[in-house]
Design a protein around this ligand. Structure first.
Ligand SMILES: [Zn+2]
Ligand SMILES: [Zn+2]
Length: 65
């Protein structure tokens, strides 16, 4: 579970895929590139979409009422 590349965050720097992104890990790569799924987390993009889908379902209903 604790990947040495991404330090268990599941995300790395898109330009430096052997380093975690600083968005999730203190001391991670801060070159300004976006995050990318780590090799240990090949389905991260699916999880990401699912997270947003569930957030939308819950919060949008609340906001519209
Ligand atoms: Zn990893
Ligand atoms: Zn980088």
């Amino acid at each position: 579970m604790d990947c040495p590349i991404c330090q268990g965050s599941g995300w790395v720097c898109a330009d430096h895929k052997d380093r975690p992104t600083e968005m999730l890990i203190d001391g991670g790569c801060d070159c300004g590139a976006e995050g990318a799924p780590c090799v240990c987390n090949p389905e991260a993009h699916v999880v990401f979409k699912a997270m947003f889908a569930s957030i939308d379902v819950g919060s949008v209903k609340t906001w519209l009422q």
